[in-house]
Design a protein around this ligand. Sequence first.
Ligand code: FES
Length: 323
Amino acid sequence: MQDKYLDAVILARRTLTKRITEFLIAAADGQPLPMAEAGSHIELRFGGAGDRFLRHYSLIGPLAAGAPREAFWRVAVRREDRARGSAFIHRTFQPGTRLRVSRPINAFRLSRRQPHTLLVAGGIGITPIFAMARSLLTRQEAFSVLYVGVEQAQMAYVGELAAMCGPGLAVFETGRQGMPDLKAVLSAQPADATAYVCGPSGMIDGLIGAGAAIGWAPERIRFEVFNAAHRPEDQAFEVRLKDGRAIPIGAGTTILDALEGAGVETYADCRRGECGLCTTAVLGCDGALDHRDRVYSAQDHARNRQMTICCSRITGRLLELDL
Ligand code: FES
């Protein structure tokens, strides 16, 4: 059986914005890399003995439509504050650095021959969306792109996207313009359009909610969830902080996202239950903790003293955290 992982090497790195760096990755033996469809991602394993880190990154591909296939994979990594994995990559990955990478995995597949496709990216969520835009252009299919970020200076690949998409690209800066009116965005789409969204979970939930509000069938909005943070049966609950504040956690939002949104200081890196950085002590819960990380053992989970707030939830109504 084919090994899931390949030995790989960093070919080059390039700073895109203050916090986003692009890395080109090739097979260590110089052999051609497997083909990757738009929307695919790879797992990177790195960090010395035992491959301490495992991270998923979308494959971007060439930066122009019609460009020849590249002999390397292109990924872009956003450095999170106090993060371990992404900070480790930014700090240590140089041309020649060795790592293990998986073959491409595509859990975010672009359908063919849609009447119109709307691509929506939030921040670093542009990486699979860029590949999709290039693929739709190559296939000469109708599409448009909405790219949302705090400010253009912090958004990767705006120039390349503009060159590729022309007036089909709308860049929205929340720092200047506030949040986009997603209901209006969807309402303005041609009949039978399909939307693909990649970005923070709040944006994905916002687009799904906007679609439901204007009568879009749920399957017309497609999104990628890399991690176990969301399940259809999830219920809303409330988190109580030590200062008495109560923060509502929506069914489609993680505890981490909700706390960040409320201005609570938190720590996180992978946001997928893989690094443990967001681990928080639990002071009380009126139901059961629903642990969804891959960091801790079943015995750790059974103690119920702490949880990874980026992906784990509860089945009750109230959770008290040591924050
Ligand atoms: S941020 Fe990595 S486990 Fe939560």
